[in-house]
Design a protein around this ligand. Sequence first.
Ligand code: SF4
Length: 106
Amino acid sequence: MFASEVLDDVNEPHEVTDWDEALCRDASGAMTLLFFSDEIRDIRQAKLVCLGCRLIDPCLAGALERREPAGVWGGELFANGRILTQKRKRGRPPKHRPEESIQLTA
Ligand code: SF4
């Protein structure tokens, strides 16, 4: 690559994402605990924070591209590089499902 090509690339307008505007970015680290928690309530809270964040789209796209191994990114929960649509509670699943969770089909 010639120097002129490098300069052309540098002078191209690039979309700038200011991660300082991320709502999860705090100095205390409290958000880190929330966004990487195993507790369903915390995960729900983290997703709600993301919904108010203007960086949700680039954040989700980046997490998908990096195949994030864990945590809430861009309003989604990640596990092993994929979006988890449901998070089970900790521990063993019950042997018998509670009555109210059994759905009848017509
Ligand atoms: S979308 Fe969520 S995880 Fe991504 S920067 Fe915003 S608050 Fe943080």
